[in-house]
Design a binder for this molecule. Structure first.
Ligand code: ARG
Length: 569
């Protein structure tokens, strides 16, 4: 139940009764209710000076009259303090309604019915023949979480991995493979073997510059659809995807489409024809570009002088194809902020082409950089942290911690996997996405603080209380939940649906992460100050309902950010 709305209804009702002549336009909405700094002053306060002008009356007198006409004690009671009406909502009722809502809906709590709208999410979007490093972590987990959040709120969400599978470097890689490679060692050595071939080619090319032609020739063969070139390239692609899918599986991530840059090879003619027809394409230093000077941006490169297309050309084609095929209402690109300019240019070109939806429906969901234990990543200095290594270490470290903390745990490996990987994902989605992240093991894996393990542990604690209690069939007596600590838990639970909506509005999963932490914190405070299984069974039953609701909401919060919630830890 949204308690703010309930109190607001009550307030409006009282105002209408007290001042029947008041213009409906002056009726205060739910947003005018303030939360008093001290709970002794009530759960909500209404500042009456807002009505002083239309009513031409002093605020304390208005407050008094509102109090006299507030007559639904089952929702809340009211008190006048100078120019304020302080509302104390009915705690028993609040408990009953909040718990009913969660327990009826379970994992669907805070969800919305299907709205017929489609969102397309471009995330992770890896490059072929490159290993994942921690720089790819954010796009991967942000996109996955957004997809879950949109789905929860009734959208149809389509996940796209816009593969980087096009470029002259792939010609070079084939040339290197033809010179020194063989399938057996490439299959065994994986992406690292491909990289080694590539690096070797570049080294030798320094001595024999004519080797560059070999790379170019192979790339031309890929472009022309030569079967041998394509066969080799497709095996490189398979190899990369097999590796990537291992990482995605650990993270519980899937995609609806792997259509990447190469997929748009035969779909760019339309873009170029349209740009020409609309007089947007101009020649500049041999290349074809769209001039964006009026918008204070450098030109958007469409065709190189040799006729080759560019990254932006492919994104233009992709945007149109996605619109035609998915009929999206929203199209999100979860890509690092380094590509701000690129997306601004692409969106602007679409707008100039006359696609108004580019302005309202396309959004670059940018995020900050990740450094590791205080050091920025740098390929050049050889300071690279690969995602598969990171996830492996996360599981190992979690296993060590858990063997110490709970040596008797059944299925320790599975729990350590959830905790280790959850810690990494949670740390990535903890703060506003645009902030840079510095990843530290000690911080991420701490069982205390704003961490995945802390929240997972709280969930497991709830589950263990419920298990210990067994079945309690007495009708719950909600007066057991009138105390401040229980009310704080209920309040956090009631605020949770709003956090999900906020996460979707701002494309900001950290809003869900934060709200989940708040539920866990409030629950732990309650847990340390109150006994759950005690006294009259009807009171125990009410407390257990709250424990169950807290566990459901924490599990839901974790699920929405793509983190597992083990039953026991
Ligand atoms: N593969 C690109 C990179 O690693 C990201 C692609 C993002 N998606 C897009 N439609 N441009 O930088």
């Amino acid at each position: 139940m949204d308690i703010r709305l309930a109190v607001s209804d009550l307030l409006q009702e009282a105002i209408l009764k007290a001042f029947p002549a008041l213009d409906k336009e002056d009726l205060p909405g739910p947003e005018t209710l303030e939360i008093p700094p001290d709970s002794k002053l009530g759960d909500f306060a209404f500042p009456c000076f807002r009505l002083a002008k239309p009513l031409r009356m002093a605020p304390p007198r208005i407050a008094q009259m509102i109090v006299e006409h507030t007559d639904r004690p089952e929702v809340a009671t009211a008190e006048q303090v100078s120019g304020y009406v302080n509302f104390f909502f009915n705690r028993v009722n609040f408990a009953r309604n909040t718990l009913k809502d969660v327990l009826d809906k379970g994992p669907r709590y805070g969800s919305e019915p299907e709205n017929g709208k489609t969102v397309v999410l471009d995330y992770s979007s890896i490059n072929i023949a490159k290993r994942f490093h921690i720089g790819h972590l954010s796009t991967t987990v942000l996109g996955n979480s957004l997809r879950r959040i949109y789905t929860h709120l009734g959208w149809k969400a389509i996940g796209i991995n816009h593969l980087g599978d096009w470029g002259t470097q792939f010609g070079t890689m084939i040339a290197a493979f033809k010179r020194w490679g063989d399938w057996e060692s490439v299959e065994k050595g994986g992406i690292d073997a491909l990289t080694a071939l590539y690096v070797r080619f570049h080294e030798e090319e320094q001595k024999n510059p004519e080797m560059a032609d070999e790379g170019r020739a192979w790339f031309k063969r890929i472009e022309d659809g030569d079967p041998e070139a394509l066969a080799i390239f497709n095996r490189f692609k398979d190899l990369t995807l097999r590796y990537a899918k291992g990482v995605y599986e650990l993270l519980g991530i899937t995609f609806d489409s792997y259509n990447g840059e190469a997929f748009y090879n035969d779909k760019m003619g339309r873009v170029i024809d349209e740009l020409k027809a609309k007089n947007l394409l101009i020649q500049s230093e041999g290349a074809w570009v769209v001039d964006l000077e009026d918008y204070k941006m450098p030109p958007c490169l469409i065709l190189k002088s040799d006729g080759a297309t560019l990254y932006a050309t492919r994104d233009l084609a992709a945007a149109l194809w996605r619109k035609d095929n998915y009929h999206f209402d929203k199209s999100l690109y979860v890509v690092a902020y380094q590509q701000n300019l690129h997306f601004k240019q692409v969106f602007k070109v679409l707008e100039l082409m006359g696609y108004d939806w580019a302005k309202t429906q396309m959004e670059h969901v940018a995020y900050g950089m990740v450094s590791y234990e205080g050091r920025a990543m740098s390929t050049r200095e050889g300071h690279v942290v690969y995602l598969d290594d990171l996830l492996k270490r996360a599981q190992e470290k979690a296993l060590v911690i858990m063997q110490e903390k709970s040596p008797d745990l059944e299925d320790m490996e599975t729990a350590a996997r959830s905790v280790g990987i959850g810690a990494v994902v949670f740390a990535t989605l903890l703060n506003n996405r645009i902030k840079d992240i510095d990843f530290w093991w000690d911080r991420a894996l701490n069982f205390d603080g704003d961490t995945g393990p802390y929240v997972q542990y709280t969930h497991a604690r709830c589950r263990s209380v419920l298990k210990k209690a067994g079945e309690v069939t007495d009708a719950p007596d909600y007066t057991a939940l009138e105390n401040d600590e229980a009310q704080a838990v209920l309040r956090q639970i009631s605020l949770f649906p709003e956090a999900i909506r906020k996460a979707q509005e701002d494309n900001e999963p950290s809003s869900v992460t934060r709200a989940t932490i708040e539920v866990a914190k409030a629950f732990n405070k309650y847990y340390y100050e109150h006994r759950i299984i005690e006294g009259e069974p009807s009171k125990t039953a009410a407390r257990l309902e709250m424990v169950r609701a807290a566990s459901e909401v924490i599990r839901l919060g974790l699920d929405l950010i793509g983190v597992e919630a083990p039953e026991a830890m």
